[in-house]
Design a protein around this ligand. Structure first.
Ligand code: SF4
Length: 347
């Protein structure tokens, strides 16, 4: 069994207008030492799904079902106290904006040391020493001095490093990073992604990285899960998804990755339309109102029948949720020349 095994996870919110199906039948596996990228637009169900892993929907009106097996233990079945103990110790989280998750009036070092003391019976002095050690490990210069700074005295990149130190101080086996670099400029973003990769090797944690940006996934993840409307619509190794994607929504995400050396005047191709309502999603394939390829599928199938997750044309664990016949040929002959003409010449 995998270290983390999520099976048919559903997170539904009953409202006066009906049921919001934020996550609707999500399954995946993740091993220690591996990184899974979960990609999709806002409202695709990425963050709701990871919040369920952290047990953050307990005592809300969310109805959560399925299985979340971490090292064989179903996190949906354990007590609140057990979940609290595991959160921060076995499972840690890095958020997009450290300013909103670090207390502005407490010194950075104290906050990191407290995260350690919650799970370890050690003196303040020992916890402070451990905090300095972690600040050093994440690349904060002069950590023995900076440990006494307040969050506002750190730059954005340094705050993100401090948050990573806080998340890793208890040596968690599962690390969830939710848009960890979105608020940072491109250079700092690359440094933070490098740091995360480095630390993963040292700590041998399983890492989930939640992002709307396939570029981040290309840097970090071994496997990719693309979410749309609360469901997985494509899954596979990062290499496979980046080079042989077979679902039109993934094609749209790929065409909206900004290239570092691109002509600044060049326009990205956004996916037309808006993400689906999770309260009353479109019938059939949730993506059909925005899909340029639905007319290729005969019998109005895209509008009337929900596609199942089926193996991609090259096998190897690749799964896609789409009725389109021969998507690999459509991608090679029609999509790739539009989004990456240089690559077509290289192939
Ligand atoms: Fe487009 Fe139809 Fe495939 Fe959905 S099932 S992505 S609408 S071609």
């Amino acid at each position: 069994m995998s270290f983390l095994s999520v099976r048919d996870l559903r997170v539904h919110f009953p409202t006066v207008d009906g049921i919001v199906k934020a996550t609707d039948g999500l399954s995946f596996d993740l091993e220690k030492g591996k990184t899974l990228g979960i990609v999709g637009e806002s409202g695709s169900g990425k963050s709701v799904s990871t919040s369920a892993i952290l047990g953050l929907h307990r005592h809300t009106n969310a109805v959560v079902s399925g299985e979340i097996l971490l090292d064989g233990v179903d996190l949906l079945k354990i007590s609140d106290e057990d979940m609290r103990r595991r959160r921060g110790r076995d499972i840690a989280m890095i958020f997009q904006d450290p300013l909103s998750s670090m207390h502005p009036y407490y010194r950075v070092g104290n906050q990191i040391a407290e995260a350690y003391r919650v799970h370890h019976d050690v003196s303040r002095k020992a916890a402070r020493a451990r905090a300095i050690e972690m600040l050093d490990r994440v690349g904060i210069p002069q950590p023995d001095r900076r440990v006494d700074d307040y969050p506002h005295q750190f730059s954005g990149g340094m705050r993100q490093r401090a948050m990573i130190a806080m998340a890793l101080i208890n040596n968690p086996s599962l690390l969830i990073a939710d848009e960890p670099t979105t608020a940072l400029d491109v250079t700092v973003q690359a440094q933070i992604l490098d740091l995360l990769q480095d630390l993963q090797r040292d700590f041998d944690a399983a890492v989930m990285i939640i992002t709307h940006d396939l570029g981040v996934v290309a840097e970090m993840a071994h496997d990719v899960l693309v979410m749309y409307g609360g469901r997985c619509v494509e899954y596979g190794s990062t290499k496979e998804i980046l080079t042989h994607p077979e679902m039109p929504y993934t094609w749209g995400l790929l065409s909206s990755i900004p290239e570092v050396d691109a002509d600044p005047e060049a326009k990205l191709v956004p996916i037309p339309g808006n993400p689906p309502s999770l309260l009353s999603p479109p019938s059939g394939c949730h993506f059909h109102p925005r899909c340029a390829y639905r007319e290729r599928v005969p019998g109005d199938l895209c509008r009337t029948v929900t596609p199942e997750l089926t193996p991609g044309s090259r096998g190897d664990g690749h799964l896609k949720r789409c009725h389109l016949a021969n998507p690999e040929i459509v991608y090679e002959q029609e999509v790739l020349p539009q989004i990456a003409p240089d690559l077509v010449e290289e192939r």
